[in-house]
Design a protein around this ligand. Sequence first.
Ligand code: AMP
Length: 587
Amino acid sequence: MVHAPIHKTVVPASKPNLSDYDATVAGFSWQEAERQLDGLPGGAGLNIAHEAVDRHVLHGRGHKTAIRWLGKSGERREFSYLDLARATNQFAHALEHLGVRPGERVFILMGRLPELYVALLGALKARCVVTPLFSAFGPEPIATRAEMGDARVLVTTPELYQRKVQDLRERLPGLRHVIVAGAVPSDEGGVHPWGALVSPASTTYTIAPTDPESMALLHFTSGTTGRPKGAVHVHAAVLAHMVTGRYALDLHDDDVFWCTADPGWVTGTSYGIIAPLVCGVTNVVVEAEFDAQTWYGVLERERVSIWYTAPTAIRMMMKLGAEALKGVDLSALRFMASVGEPLNPEAVVWGLEAFGLPFHDNWWQTETGGIMVSNYLAMDIRPGSMGKPLPGIVAAVVRRTGSGHVEAITAPDVDGELALRAPWPSMMRGYLHEDERYRKCFVDGWYLTGDLVRRDAEGYYWFVGRADDVIKSSGHLIGPFEVESALMEHPAVAEAGVIGIPDPMAGEVVKAFVALKPGHEASEALRRELLGHARKRLGAAVAPKQIDFRDNLPKTRSGKIMRRLLKARELGLPEGDLSTLESDEKK
Ligand code: AMP
């Protein structure tokens, strides 16, 4: 169903940071925007943690609440910008005390605890490279990423260490130090309790000169084939975090902001930590997982004014109905945004009915480092559209020509691949150890996103689908290869093919097709065993929800499993070009 545009005729209480889209685009320059950042004192470069934390203290805003942490059991802790500056200084000292060098990798595996925020920003101060990992990952995704990224330090909790990491230590000889937020689980070498290591350190620290182009964050993301990709981001990305925070999320100094994403995924880092702090707002962090009543309580009690969430959660709230919001005081809420997966037009409109505000969809991905296409506060919304490119970003819809080039599609309403003119400050600077894979993302000066879109006559972009086989489930990007590999480790499995199938809540869920080795019989018991095996290896967020047995899987003549065909057959869609299919499968 096509929904009517939502016209922004009401003048918002605070003046939007972007009040005229076309004029802002025309007048925008990244150099000009950079003046809103400080840079390190004495012209010593640019460091994300300085811009996010210390800058506010230097400018007399140290007393302001930076992070308001709401624990699972009802605890509540406030950290001012000064508190955060001191705590992150201590963490930077702690790393130096351990002999950790700039450029070395600090991995963080924990739920949304205050230590996560301190460790991430403190490690950036020490010019280490930070990789946040999703705490619901199983041991396999943790080990793969820590191996690939050469993790030197891991910051985690005693419980996660014991449950997921301890058995991996032999596989990770480069992992020299584990810092645990809590009591040390054993007297193992290299395991340091936070209290003994970090708490006694000095609260003053001077960030050493930082090259804006030096690596700051390493975010793993999934591709169709092979291992995950380590997208390299640099300190200079902070400029895009600031600009998107101001324009796409309309952050003003007095806002109370809540991003529901976990820092184990890129949104939770760029917008759950960096952008709000750089913009100097109060950043609400909620440790608990989704629960509508808890969330509504947070919006009301904390007087959240800007809320950044995701379609799966919005769909779950829609299911409960607008009645669940009756009596909830939402008077502070003035802007709601969504990201990560397609946002149904019904959900945009439902926002108006239930919250009195529409959800503003925006688009970006791990590789872009920040929001690239967005619905802005002062711009009319076309429900179902991702909006228009950020000022400073040139986007296009392109098609790949046979000759290794791309051509821009200028006619409206034609499907093609979303391309962004390179570079921009938060663009990834590489895939770790994979130069060729990185190089292939760029053609004729465009970064090719792998997403299919169309642009309408008014310049709004509409998401059409992914050009590859990766799966988006509850907003989490899942690589089929990683799931197939885990299934193949099971002694009964000969082949595995993994696809995403549509799901009304999660967008997609992971489904696996498995062919068994001779001597193994398909049965309900084996299905359950395989589901359990995958869950144990991969963690609940990544493991398949469904497994079907097949005698054999459709493959190309070169032996590659044709996921596209598995999907077409599963969903009753046209099977498409079968010319590369192995001949005995064409039935
Ligand atoms: P990730 O790198 O995990 O953040 O995933 C990025 C991918 O999520 C994009 O390439 C899209 O396929 C999808 N995505 C992100 N935002 C949107 C959106 N607003 N609408 C549709 N798909 C989206």
